[in-house]
Design a protein around this ligand. Structure first.
Ligand code: AGP
Length: 610
């Protein structure tokens, strides 16, 4: 997610802000910028790429002032480009803002502001904030009041820092759904998106809560609610070091990103549900809605974890959208002779948007006349740019090599796409509504799974001695078996074998003995009884079984040696829940084997070569 740093005090602001941006680089970003009071208005610099390029862009410029802010951007609306880089300003260049989050009603605000004569320079949702400040200031002549009225008009999420040429010794910050923390120093104060850039200056901090706004000066600050009620809350002292800070207090990015699951589903769904009509709103598809309605066949190309998401999407789209779907390894698709025509939709799923095989598969599909659609997390990535249309995950940067939060976001996007396509076809309003309503219940259901974390850690301690494991699943959780096994393989280097449970008797069961345990994904669904039989067959051969069962299960838990449970949900959405305990299980197995889950040997975060 984006990074924000603001400073107001007695020292020159630019070096402090640039150093703060360096300390925010870990968050993942694609561009950076600064806005610094120079004593004669506000000077800015922006750069696409690394902070080092921004430092170069600032070189030689006189930024003299002792207040300003900086931002590292993780693109959500508008590709990485200088015009989209924060801080954004208004028509009069009197206000500069750095924003983290998504403004849901930015389209309507932009229209209203344009009607009042405002001109926009960027493609971002964030820029509307600067123009709203300009508009409100013109009426009230107060920076604080303009900020309060602006915040009352925007819907969505923000962690926000604002400066104005009218008040060179002041920063205003606000929080709604994205963190903002004040750093309190001696005759100097700070604003940031997390405390990591503050630690070299102060450990005395105050975290804003949702719906709060802070006015920060060199030797004082105050906090109010958006309806101007004063908030009295003491500061606190940070004990963490920078590394722990960057991981949100977790030991590894892998665990942090697994724990971000609930928030990721919320962000993936945000602004995309028209529940009362059972419709999914996918703005990126609007331009070719008619063409998509004519689609007769879908091919999904992907690699690794993204391919496992594709396999779940295959079942969703066939069952609820009534469209034939094939899933292809990108690396195979591009070398075989795929049958493609203008009624084929080729979907590429890729977290990074840079996977070479998937990119080449899309290029091959386009050569043959297919319509291409990208489900991508990194905005402005090559696959996002080269597919005809796309759906961004909005999962935020995934730092760990292990793909965890992106996977559940991919599944949620595929569920939205299923509703979108299904409601163009035979899917009823009531079933579309049912799926969307159930999607909204998933974040707290994922949180509930986290309550078993200590039990999972104990199970990992017990299973870490094994060198082999079999993962079994059927139908919607066929792919869960393969994804759960991949997590174990790539992080703990234990040989874990994913297997469709129906295939077990066609060879896999020969491996089972007391040294070869099985993880069976057996929620209460349409293939539950079949899974019970598979568990019994494993037990009859002396194999240990860890079952992932639904809450309230009474049969599987009697057969298995160890049990983890997931809340009940629609069968098509159960993979989103079933993978969560398996991600945690793989993480703790890795720790038991004294390995680093964030950076497994031999692996890269994005396989940009064949
Ligand atoms: C996932 O844990 C792996 N690191 C890997 O399989 C990954 O999913 C695969 O390389 C595809 O990457 P992409 O989603 O960025 O295209």
């Amino acid at each position: 997610m984006c990074g924000i740093i603001g400073y107001v005090g007695k020292r020159e602001a630019l070096p402090i802000v640039l150093d703060g941006l360096h300390r925010l680089e870990y968050r993942g970003y694609d561009s950076a910028g600064v806005a610094i009071h120079s004593g004669k208005g506000i000077k800015t610099a922006r750069a696409v790429g690394k902070v080092a390029m921004l430092v170069e862009a600032c070189d030689g410029k006189n930024f003299g002032g002792t207040a300003g802010l900086g931002h590292t951007r993780w693109a959500t609306h508008g590709k990485p480009a200088e015009k989209n880089t924060h801080p954004h300003t208004d028509c009069t260049k009197s206000f500069y803002i750095a924003h983290n989050g998504i403004i849901e009603n930015h389209d309507e605000l932009r229209d209203e502001l344009r009607a009042k004569g405002h001109t926009f320079k960027s493609e971002t949702d964030s820029e509307v904030i600067a123009h709203l400040l300009e508009e409100e200031y013109r009426i009230f002549g107060s920076f604080e009041q303009a900020a309060q009225l602006t915040l009352q008009k925007i819907r969505g999420t923000y962690g926000l820092a604002m400066v104005s040429s009218y008040e060179p010794k002041k920063i205003i910050a606000a929080r709604m759904g994205a963190p903002i923390v004040l750093g309190l120093g001696e005759n100097e104060n700070f604003v940031a998106s997390d405390a990591s850039p503050l630690l070299s200056h102060t450990r005395t901090v105050l975290y804003l809560q949702d719906g709060e706004m802070a006015v920060v000066m060199p030797d004082s600050y105050f906090v109010t609610t958006l309806d101007n009620k004063v908030v009295e809350r003491g500061s606190e002292t940070i004990e963490w070091d920078a590394d722990k800070m960057q991981k949100g207090g977790y030991a590894h990015f892998t665990l942090k990103e697994i724990k971000e699951g609930p928030e990721v589903i919320e962000n993936t769904l945000r602004g995309r549900l028209i529940t009362e009509n059972g419709l999914a709103k996918l703005g990126g598809l609007q331009s070719i809605e008619a063409k998509i309605r004519a689609v007769k066949r879908i091919i999904i190309v992907a690699c690794g974890t993204a391919l496992h998401a594709a396999r779940v999407g295959e079942y969703m789209l066939e069952e609820y959208a009534g469209i034939p779907v094939e899933v292809e390894f990108s690396s195979e698709f591009r070398y075989r002779k795929p049958m493609i025509d203008v009624e084929t939709l080729v979907i590429a799923i890729s977290q990074s948007g840079e996977t070479a095989d998937t990119l080449e598969a899309i290029r091959e599909a386009k050569r043959k006349g297919a319509t291409t659609l990208g489900i991508v997390n990194v905005v402005g990535s090559t696959i996002a740019r080269e597919t005809d249309v796309g759906i961004y995950n909005h999962a935020g940067p995934e730092i760990s090599v292990l793909s965890t939060k992106a996977y559940i976001s991919q599944l949620a996007v595929l569920a939205l796409l299923t509703v979108f396509l299904g409601r163009q076809r035979q899917l009823s309003l009531s079933m579309g509504k049912r799926i969307l309503e159930e999607l909204e219940t998933l974040p707290p259901k994922i949180e509930k799974i986290f309550e078993q974390e200590q039990k999972i850690r104990k199970l990992a301690k017990r299973y870490a001695k094994y060198r082999h494991m079999l993962y079994l699943g059927r139908k919607y959780n066929f792919a869960t078996a393969y994804e759960g096994a991949l997590k174990v393989k790539e992080a703990s280097y234990i040989h874990a074998e994913g297997c469709g449970a129906g295939e077990m008797k066609h060879g896999f069961i020969a491996m089972i003995d007391k040294a070869f345990p099985t993880v069976a994904i057996a929620p209460s669904d349409s293939v539950y009884d079949k899974m019970l039989s598979n568990i019994q067959e494993i037990k009859a051969r002396g194999g240990r079984v860890l079952v992932i069962a639904s809450e309230g299960d009474t049969r599987a838990i009697k057969l298995a040696d160890d049990t983890l449970t997931i809340p009940k949900t629609l069968e098509m959405l159960s993979p989103i829940l079933a993978i969560v305990p398996l991600q945690l299980f793989a993480y703790y197995l890795t720790l038991e084997r004294k390995l680093d889950p964030d950076r497994p040997r031999n692996l890269a975060k994005s396989v940009t070569v064949e």
